[in-house]
Every structure is written in structure tokens, then in C-alpha cells.
Design a protein around this ligand. Structure first.
Ligand SMILES: [Zn+2]
Length: 687
């Protein structure tokens, strides 16, 4: 894999996290979790990514701590993450053990901490856990020895040129710096960045791997050991910091959320959509992370296009749309930026943030502790690397979003009992736990829609719940390309012609009683080269007996990997046939709309005594190499319907104007027409 920049590296290393087969990290007891209840609850946040070259000659020279803290207070910011020690290894406070930036003449972080405390701004200290260049230069035995024996990463033009070994003396040094900061400054938390998988075969790591019987010549095993070592360090940082102050907000960036659950007190989702993350990342993470519990979750975007981009300021609509997306999904806004190392007050940046935050804050009463109402789960019991990067998962999230469905992405970490429909995309094998949960779900008369090889045992021999699925697994399907035709039951809105699958699939044999609702169509030939011709043009020939879609009671199964197909071609036909099956199982979803376009998004949240519908209408456009949102897309006369669920409305209005909306109750729904949605509308249903 070619890694071009810092952010691709961050994501790729995240996806390399592997299943850990090492002793479980010890559980932190509940008492400590209880104590953390007095911690700050972040609302409107700023995050500074201040990595400052040692050669900068005037760090902090123009920094006016009063002007800066007054200005961010004016923006409505209550929570600030600021560097105590950056990825260059430079400290910005008076440290006895670290390397203070050579041109910084005073205790910048200390002054900031004092001013923040005085002005009621919670300050979290940033330390980079995985990268500390100056400290690595001074102590070469603190850095990783990569699997191929190199100390430097190629190509070298990356902040990751040298990374830190989590088991070297650096480990204790980092913990001591955390203790030094927690002891000497009134901080509200710690953000430990870049605790990523760095394959290290230094003598210290190899010694421990030998003791644990880990094959240090096996890259996968070394990767697992690195993940284990990063998590062990994260847990020890948590213990050291909370021993000094039990009310700290602590998050470790990059390790899995579930893996660090016992030694974090809040979560962040880092996503610069104009950078390597793209616009498909936040939707997946937002639907997943809320299933992990009630910890505060920050939605960190950036004022610029990418990290290290000192001169970038994205349009208001872009930043606002991402923050609104997060707020509609229970995540608090956090805007990332770079602070000018000299301390220049960047008024243009803060003006933009202030304008956005002031507007969002007019709707704060309806965001505060609101919970999403969800009734579908995408079952994806895999590690965080897959959750962050899997294209089929992104595709499933996209399809359900385009259908305005209210759903979560779940692993076995959370309870599934509230969901009416489980969607199991493309290639989710069933272990005992997944099979047990799915079986219990079906036994309650609830529905499952799966596709491809989902539902097979890990050896891919047979369906684990063969009786419930109502089909036998025969093997991989050989049609290339595969076409299909759909029965009358599920062909609403589909053209009457052979349709393409755009993916691979499996052959199924229906058991007695199972309905075949779509059939595969064989092409005249498979795509191939016969020595004379490239068989590129391979039209559909005959409809076969092979099922493309089976329905056995509450279980529907697509033979082909329709979510992969949608990821490749965004085939509206594939989405439509899925939607027709979903409608049969969920005829009365909590939210419906007659005329909302598929690019818009709708979310339903709830607080005591009221429900809210959030409509978003922002469309990222591909411009050159970057996806961009410059303006919202205005919608008029949007007809929406919210299921009553026994909560007859007393009034319906749009916030923040409080303008009442006329509504009509019909067939179990409250029907409302929203006159105009200029990017975002928040409609409140008081009951
Ligand atoms: Zn090492």
C-alpha cells in the first residue's frame, strides 16, 4: 500500500488493527467510573493540532492569553483541547522531564490553564502518544524498530518518520509527563493521540514477545502485540491520571472504542471529510459509537482541508453541515485547527466558528442529551479497523440513510433487543454469539435481511441457522456477470428487464416452504479471454432456477453481495429491491417522507416529553480531488410523517423560530409539511 500522507497513514494504520489474542486488559472497577461523574460535559469544543517545528524562532511571542480565552469564550466554547506536548516532542509548559520548545520563553500551557479555569473553560491537555520526534532523536532506543529493520519510515516526508515504542523507557516517561501535567495544572482531561499499531521488533518488544510465546517473525503477531502494548499503555495512563484527579475526561485516539472502553471517559470521532476520511466515514461512526453507552462523544472536524493546513478555512456550510450531522446523532461539535505558533489571534477562523456555534446554540435545548430513536441494526461484529474502513458497511449505511431509515451499526458489544430488523451485509460469518443473538431475534418474530455469504459458519461450509434461513449453501456462484429478475412481490419501481448484480454471490438451494422471490440469470458467457476475443460483452441469456432472493418467513437472503454492488455502482435498482424487502418487514417505519430527495438525511431524536426530526440537505460535490460543500441545497414543502407511537402531539413547531406547524394525525402518523429547509430544519413534536 502506498501511503502518501499523514492522514492516509492514520487511517491505514487504524485498519491494520488486528484481533487481539493476548491476555485481557484488566477491568477497571465500577467505583472509578462512578467517581468520574463529576467530570465536565463538553458542549461546544475546539481542538488545536499544534505541532511546532523546533526551528520556529518565536513560539508564543504574540500570544495574549486573555484576548484568546475571551475570544473563544465569546464563541460559546466551553471545552478546549490544547497541546501540552506535540508530535515534534516539544512541550509548551514548564516541564522537569520533557523538552520545552527552545524558543518558548514562558509557561504557555500554564497561563492558558489558569485563564481557562478563571473563565469557566474546561482545558484538556493534548499529548501525542505514538510520535515524539525530538524525544526520539535524543533517545533512539525509545523509537520503534520496524518489522523490516528500519528505524525510519519511507518515504520520510511524514510526521510518522519515526514512531515511539510503547514498551521502551518512553512508556514510563510519557506516563510521568501526564502525571506532571495532572499534578501541576487545573486540566479537565487528556487527549492521547496516535496510539496506533506500530510494528516494533526492538530488543525490548522481542524479549516480551518471546516470554509470551509470540512469533516475532510473524508480522500479524507483531501487529497484535503492538495493539496490546498500546492498549496497556492507554490503561496505565488512565490509572496514573485518575489517581491524581478522578474527574478527568480521558480519550486515547486510534485504538478501538470497545477495547479502550474501561479506561476512557469520553470518545472522539476524528473526521476531516475533505481529507482522507471522506464523507462516508462520519455516518458509519456516528451510527456505531452511540451503541457503546452514554459517554460524551465529540465529533471532531476541522476548519481546514487537512491537518497541517495552516492556510485553509472551509466554507461555513461545510463545517456547519458536519456539526449538524453530529448533533442530530448525539455527538458534540468539535472544530479542529492549528494555532499559529507565534500566538497570533486568528480572527477570521474564530469569526467563522463563532457564527456557526452561535447559530447551533440557539437550538441547544433540543440537542441536550437527546437520544436517537432507532429500529434497524446493521450487524457488523468486527474490529474497529473494519468498522472505520469497510466499503460494504459504508454502502449499507448509505442505503439505509438514503431511505431515511433510523438505524444503528452494532457489534456484539451492545444489546440488540430493541431492533425490529437486522441487516447483515455481504460477508458476516456467524460465530456462536452472533448465531445465538440472531436466533433469539428471529424467535421473537422479528426480521432479518442478509446477503452474500453472511450467515455462513466461519469455515464457509453451511448456514449456521439453516432452518431459519430456509436455504442450503451450495458454493460460490460462477456467473460473471450475474443478472437477476425479481418476482411481482418485490418488483415495485423496478424496470422489467434483467438487472445487474455488480457483485459476486453464492448458489443457494431453497428448502421446502422457502419462497424464491428473485432468480439469477445466466450470461451467454462469463467474462474471459479466449485467445482471440476478449469476451467483454456478455449479455443475459436464460433465467435459471438459482435463487437471487429467498424469503423464509422473517428471513430474507440475497444470493449476491448487494452492498458491495451498491458500493461500486450506486445502482438504484439494487437499493430499490432491498427497500422493497425492507418495506415488507417494516411497513410503518418511525419516519417517512413522500418527497424528501434521497440526498437529504433525516434523523429522529427524543427527549423527555418530545421528539425531534432533523432534516439535513447538504450535498458534497466532487471537485477535482476533494469533496466540497459550499452551499446548502434548499428544499421546499417537504412532507414528513412521524409515527405517533402512542404519543399524540400537543404542538409541532420549527426551532429556533418556534414557528408552529399545522399537522394532521392520520393512520398512526403525524403529518407535517415543512415549508422550507435551507440545509437544516429541526422540527419538534411536543407530546
Ligand atoms: Zn519496541
Amino acid at each position: 500500500m502506498k501511503i502518501n500522507n499523514f492522514n492516509q497513514m492514520k487511517i491505514l494504520i487504524g485498519t491494520l488493527c488486528l484481533i487481539i489474542a493476548l491476555p485481557a486488559i484488566s477491568q477497571v472497577n465500577n467505583e472509578e467510573k462512578e467517581k468520574s461523574k463529576n467530570m465536565h460535559q463538553p458542549k461546544y469544543c475546539l481542538f488545536y493540532d499544534n505541532h511546532t517545528m523546533p526551528a520556529i524562532p518565536d513560539v508564543g511571542k504574540n500570544f495574549d492569553v486573555e484576548a484568546f480565552t475571551d475570544r473563544i469564550k465569546d464563541c460559546g466554547v466551553d471545552y478546549l483541547t490544547f497541546h501540552a506536548r506535540c508530535n515534534l516532542g516539544m512541550a509548551y509548559y514548564d516541564t522537569k522531564i520533557g523538552i520545552k520548545h527552545p524558543s518558548l520563553k514562558y509557561d504557555l500551557f500554564g497561563q492558558l490553564a489558569e485563564a481557562c479555569q478563571r473563565k469557566g473553560i474546561a482545558l484538556t491537555a493534548y499529548l501525542n502518544g505514538g510520535i515524539s520526534s525530538a524525544e526520539g532523536l535524543q533517545n533512539r532506543d525509545w523509537t520503534t524498530l520496524a518489522f523490516d529493520g528500519r528505524e525510519y519510515r519511507e518515504p520520510r516526508f511524514t510526521p510518522y518518520v519515526r514512531t515511539m515504542c510503547y514498551n521502551s523507557p518512553y512508556r514510563d516517561h510519557l506516563i510521568e509527563m501526564v502525571e506532571e501535567i495532572a499534578t501541576n495544572y487545573p486540566v479537565s482531561g487528556f487527549f492521547i493521540d496516535c496510539l496506533q499499531v506500530f510494528y516494533c521488533v526492538c530488543p525490548i518488544c522481542v524479549k516480551e514477545m518471546k516470554e509470551r510465546g509470540i512469533d516475532y517473525n510473524n508480522k500479524e503477531e507483531v501487529g497484535k502485540f503492538s495493539e496490546f502494548s498500546a492498549l496497556r499503555l492507554a490503561e496505565d495512563i488512565y490509572k496514573a491520571a485518575t489517581a491524581i484527579n478522578s474527574g478527568l475526561l480521558i480519550y486515547h485516539n486510534n485504538p478501538g472504542y470497545e477495547e479502550q472502553f474501561d479506561f476512557s471517559t469520553y470518545f472522539e470521532v476524528e473526521c476531516l471529510p475533505a481529507g482522507a476520511w471522506g464523507y462516508e466515514y462520519l455516518p458509519v461512526l456516528s451510527h456505531y459509537i452511540r451503541t457503546l453507552g452514554d459517554m460524551p462523544v465529540l465529533n471532531m472536524t476541522g476548519r481546514f482541508y487537512d491537518w497541517g493546513d495552516f492556510g485553509g478555512l472551509r466554507p461555513e456550510a461545510a463545517i456547519k453541515s458536519e456539526l449538524l450531522y453530529g448533533l442530530a446523532n448525539g455527538m458534540r461539535p468539535n472544530v479542529g485547527g492549528h494555532f499559529h505558533p507565534r500566538g497570533d489571534l486568528e480572527s477570521a477562523v474564530l469569526d467563522r466558528i463563532e457564527k456557526i456555534y452561535k447559530e447551533l446554540q440557539t437550538m441547544e435545548p433540543w440537542y441536550d442529551n437527546a437520544k436517537n430513536i432507532t429500529e434497524i441494526a446493521i450487524v457488523f461484529p468486527r474490529k474497529v479497523g473494519a468498522i472505520r474502513g469497510d466499503r460494504k458497511l459504508k454502502s449499507a449505511v448509505r442505503i439505509l440513510s438514503e431511505l431515511y431509515q433510523q438505524f444503528d451499526v452494532v457489534t456484539t458489544f451492545s444489546d440488540w433487543s430493541k431492533y425490529k430488523v437486522l441487516v447483515i451485509p455481504d460477508d458476516i460469518p456467524f460465530d456462536d454469539e452472533v448465531a445465538r443473538r440472531v436466533k433469539a431475534h428471529i424467535a421473537e418474530g422479528k426480521a432479518v435481511i442478509s446477503s452474500g455469504s453472511s450467515g455462513l459458519d466461519p469455515e464457509q461450509k453451511k448456514f449456521v441457522l439453516e432452518k431459519e434461513w430456509g436455504v442450503k449453501y451450495i458454493g460460490e456462484n460462477s456467473f460473471d456477470p450475474a443478472y437477476f429478475t425479481v418476482s411481482k412481490t418485490f418488483n415495485a419501481g423496478l424496470p422489467d428487464m434483467p438487472l445487474s448484480q455488480y457483485s459476486t454471490g453464492i448458489d443457494l438451494e431453497p428448502l421446502p416452504g422457502t419462497k424464491v422471490e428473485a432468480n439469477l440469470i445466466k450470461p451467454y458467457f462469463n467474462r474471459h479471454w479466449d485467445g482471440e476475443y476478449a469476451f467483454y460483452y456478455t449479455p443475459p441469456n436464460k433465467v435459471t432456477e438459482k435463487p437471487a432472493l429467498t424469503v423464509n418467513g422473517n428471513v430474507a437472503h440475497f444470493s449476491h453481495r448487494i452492498f458491495s454492488g451498491y458500493a461500486d455502482k450506486a445502482s438504484v435498482e439494487l437499493k430499490r429491491v432491498f427497500s422493497n424487502v425492507l418495506d415488507s418487514y417494516l411497513p410503518n417505519p418511525v419516519f417517512k417522507s413522500d418527497n424528501l430527495p434521497s440526498f437529504a438525511r433525516a434523523f429522529v431524536t427524543e427527549q423527555p416529553g418530545r421528539r425531534m426530526v432533523h432534516l439535513l440537505s447538504y450535498v458534497p460535490e466532487m471537485r477535482g480531488n476533494t469533496q466540497m460543500i459550499e452551499e446548502p441545497v434548499k428544499l421546499n414543502d417537504v412532507k414528513i410523517s412521524l409515527r405517533i407511537d402512542g404519543k399524540a402531539p400537543k404542538k409541532v413547531y420549527i426551532t429556533p423560530s418556534m414557528k408552529p406547524l399545522r399537522y394532521k394525525v392520520e393512520n398512526g402518523y403525524i403529518n407535517v409539511t415543512v415549508p422550507e429547509c435551507n440545509g437544516y430544519s429541526l422540527i419538534v413534536f411536543e407530546n
